[in-house]
Design a protein around this ligand. Sequence first.
Ligand code: PGA
Length: 263
Amino acid sequence: MRIPFIAGNWKMNTTATQAEELVQNMLDRLDKIEDVEKVLCPPFVSLVTVKELLKGSSIKLGAQNMHFEIKGAYTGEISPLMLSELCEFVILGHSERRGYFGETDEIVNKKIKAALQNKLKPILCVGERLEENEAGRTKTVIGRQLSQGLKNIEPTHNLVVAYEPIWAIGSGKAASGEQAAVTIRFIRDTLVKLWNKEIAQDLRILYGGSVTSHNITEFISQPEIDGALVGGSSLKAGDFLDIANQAAAIKHRHLSSPLKGEE
Ligand code: PGA
């Protein structure tokens, strides 16, 4: 059984003071939401502050990026070893990293290896551009991102995958639940081929791209979709709580009703 996963990707938003305020505005209520894994991914400079605030709560911490080397002369970079003392998760291969900072599948692959070696759990982002989607190339692009990104990596349960169509990120134009479910099914099938069925069925695969408290139900009610990577809506305590609460409610409903074919 896959526990739903709701992560907030704050991107390059919030000073340390604002981060503290945001966490304090949701901490108690988010902490109480059960049976959903809740993860906050603030900017690097707020990781220490947020870690302190989350101590003793059920909310987990993630970073938004890292270098693949564990130390060395890489001015301005943050290593997996450094993160391993602070957080459990790290977002890797986000389309903004790929698009604005030239991250290739090869770099993403190195980062995933380094994260796992340093006991961090990667949230691997994959997704197609609008032109690729319109040209019917979604599966080709995502198949490549997965096979290259996970190249020579032993099957592991310590991975989360996020399907984030680039055209849906920050655009207010989310994919439909059904559209996302089709691609997520493809991602799971690809993981079966690359790794194995047992692990592929256990891994959480999220949808990301303009998720809000108004559309989260559409995604989470799809049995294929195990949660969401939330950008803009994770910067408002009330919205993020609403999203996590709805995810908990819907998945509970699923769990208490018989699965298809088991009636
Ligand atoms: P968005 O971002 O929710 O603001 O579209 C999602 C993401 O980029 O992870």
